[in-house]
Structures are given as C-alpha cells and as structure tokens.
Design a protein around this ligand. Structure first.
Ligand code: 13P
Length: 280
C-alpha cells in the first residue's frame, strides 16, 4: 500500500531500525524489493533514479512502480532520487511520487537552503515530502565507477539548514560515496554523532553498496534512519545475466530469466533489510 515518507521513517525510528531504500530501474527489481520487504514484514522505499525519470519512458516507470506499490501488502513509498531542478520536482509531484530527494549539494550552502525551502513549499502543495543533501556524496548514481569521498556534512550547518529549510530527511556525507569505493570506506563516526546531536531530522545514508554490514549497523546505532542501495542490485542483475544468458537463450526462456533476475535481487535486498534490523 502507498504510504507517506515520514510515516515510514517514523516507524523505523521508533524501532531503531533503518528504512531500506532501493533504486528500481526495472519491474524485476521493484518486484524483488517488495517481495523482500514483505518477507521481512517491513515498509520500503522504491527509489527512481533521476536519469530514468527524465528518460522518455520515465512516465511509464513511475506509473508502473506506483501500481506495484499500491498492490503491495506492505507499506511502500516512491521517491524520486537526486533532482536538482524545481520543474522536475513539480512534474514528479504531479505524477504521484510520495517523496523527492532535492539535491542541492552542488550549490553553495545558502543556495542549497533556498533551493530546498522552495522544494519543500512546492512539495507541500502536493503532499510530497522532501529529502535534502548537505555536504556532497560523490560518485555516479547510474554507472558504477570508483569515487572518493566528497565534502563532508558540517554539523553546525546541518542544524541551521534543518531549521531554515525544513526538509523531512537529510542525506549526510561522512565518507560515503555512490558506486564503487575508490579507497576502503572509512566513515567518520564522530561526525555522525555530532550530526545526530545537531538536529532531530531523520538522517539518511546514501552509497550503501560496498559498505560492510558492521558499518551499516554502526551507522544505524549512531542515528541513520534511511539507507540507499543501488549498485549492489545492479551488480546482482548483471551477474545473473552472465551466469544464465547461454542457458536461457536456448528456447528464449524469458519468463525463467525474469524469475531468476527477481530471485537474485530479492536476495540482495532481503539481506540488506536483515542487517538494518540487527543493530541492537
Ligand atoms: P549505491 O549505488 O552506492 O548503493 O548508492 C545508492 C544511492 O545512494 C542512491 O541514492
């Protein structure tokens, strides 16, 4: 069932768990993620990448994911990820997403605050909730490539940003990157503690692919309420294709291939959700 972003965040915060958020480029991924959430009896976020939203088929992707979310027996919210353009945010609101990540991380602090305030006001008129980013989580969201950490989130700025711009959730940069970690990840735990103390806003961790499970648990213990995964799902999709393409090509077994793709991504999302519940 479709559920609001803050309701899902609140439910996880009350339990001390993190809300699983997974990028879905295809029907197979979305079905796999929903099945995994159903198995764990948890709510979940289906993320839509900005590039797949902006593509000509983006309108069908949103409608398809919305239909999956509506049919799901567990709470689901659709979030458009990393948008830095108000017109795109409004389009997404009109198309029925529950949340948008308004990414002003390339702007100055002041510009980011203004941009997010405008996105929050726009979102309010549609009942859509906004996640913001402060500092800069580097890396490509759609093409796996090695990235080094970007500008870290400043806890003092976070307090002011939360108060002035009032997003529903804040993505932090504490050594996390999208895609592949160029150097072994070293998250800045002291900074995360300070961020947690500086604001009551739910905090999100992007770039969870490639982070050890223990880091994810520690991040949740220190206050992370939402965790985004994309690259590991894409990797499992391609690994499965490599392994099965020859066998499935004989007889053009598309249905079987589809089933196997769902299964592979089910395992990835299910094991992530399991880690998100084990932090205590
Ligand atoms: P990864 O691709 O590194 O898992 O990051 C996903 C993400 O943060 C999407 O916003």
């Amino acid at each position: 069932m479709l559920t609001s972003f803050t309701e899902l965040l609140r439910a996880n915060q009350e339990r001390g768990t993190a809300l699983g958020s997974f990028t879905c480029y295809t029907f197979e991924t979305a079905v796999a993620v929903v099945q995994a959430a159903q198995q764990r009896q948890r709510g979940v976020i289906l993320l839509i990448s900005e590039k797949s939203f902006a593509a000509p088929q983006g309108i069908y992707l949103v409608a398809g994911l919305r239909a999956i979310a509506e049919q799901a027996p567990i709470p689901v919210c659709l979030q458009l990820d990393h948008v830095s353009d108000l017109a795109q945010i409004e389009r997404a609101c009109q198309m029925g997403v529950g949340s948008v990540m308004a990414d002003g991380s390339r702007l100055t602090f002041e510009e980011n605050m203004t941009f997010v305030s405008q996105a929050v006001a726009l979102g309010k008129s549609y009942g859509v909730e906004i996640e913001a980013e402060l500092g800069r989580v580097e890396g490509n969201e759609d093409i796996a490539s090695a990235a080094a950490a970007g500008a870290f989130t400043d806890p003092k700025q976070a307090a002011l940003f939360a108060e002035r711009a009032q997003p529903a959730c804040l993505a932090v940069s504490i050594g996390n990157v999208h895609g592949i970690y160029r150097h072994p990840p070293q998250l800045d735990w002291l900074r995360l503690r300070q961020l947690r103390q500086s604001t009551t806003l739910p905090l999100s961790l992007h770039g969870a692919s490639g982070l050890p499970d223990e880091d994810l648990r520690q991040a949740i213990r220190l206050g992370i309420a939402k965790i985004n995964v994309n690259t590991e799902l894409r990797a499992s999709y391609f690994d499965l294709l490599h392994q099965q393409l020859a066998a499935m090509s004989s007889g053009l077994r598309l249905l079987e291939l589809q089933h196997l793709l769902i299964e592979a991504q089910y395992h990835v999302s299910q094991s992530k959700m399991q880690v998100y519940e084990q932090q205590a």
